[in-house]
Design a protein around this ligand. Sequence first.
Ligand SMILES: [Fe+2]
Length: 313
Amino acid sequence: MPLRSPFTIFVHKKMRHGATRGQRFPHKEALPVSAVCFLCKGISTIAIRYGRSPRAVPNTIKDKSMKWFRKEKEAGRLFYSTDLHSHILPGIDDGSPDVDTSIQLLRAMQSWGIKHIFATPHIIDDVYENSPATIEPACQVLKAKMTQEGIDMEVRYSAEYRMDEHFRELRQSGTTALIPLPGQRLLVENSFLQAPIDLDEILFRLMLDGIQPILAHPERYRYFHENKEIYHHLHSNGCHFQVNLLSLAGYYGKTIKEVAWWLCKNGMVEFLGSDLHTMEQADAISAWLSSKEFRKVEELLPSLQNDRLSTDK
Ligand SMILES: [Fe+2]
């Protein structure tokens, strides 16, 4: 017998005696539940129109009721709100190719709890010779789109400087040619093939000029892995280290992951960074932030300095 009203409850005799097993809940949208029958005062089965097939409804009910008994798995969030290393500005390096992708990347970062972003496009000799003349317009394009999309995040820019010949020339033309992070910090990187021969001297001279070097993803330079003493050497001489979230997550492979965790455990990590280029990387970070492994990172890095960047000048 079909139920016509959402409030129709039919109980007892028709259900208990008149229907065969197959007809017991003849209406597809009837939900079987148990209740006290007001006529016979015994426990009876009633059917309530629910608006879904009986097969789907119990699952819904089950889902709703089970949440009282199990902890929902929540999307993981970072324990800081400032990211200092990303390639989200559209069209000026190997990161985001266009402003729509940049917006997607921003939305992913927002879901991790990031509120302040320092975009750091590559500056590499003969490859990406970015400068304020290319970075500023890309940043303005992104900010205009953010306003359109109602994205409430702060985006500023600096750069990721490859320590190469172009960088040497920039330094020689004076520190005003550089685009530092707040606190006169500068994100620098090695080539992935070899370290600069005069790495010590470059870092030393930067510090003499009042600039605090932050070496980007030291765990990714495989030529450092054979002799980890180099990490102690650089760090004890005043260079700060920025490890990639993706390295800790294992995105670049097992060895890089091990070195990233080793640096954290040995108190050599001042900053964590997304180094975000693509949505594939964003998805990898999102998945890892929900893992148990990620929760250990905060315990290892009680003095992380990321959020100082949004307050320092
Ligand atoms: Fe980078």
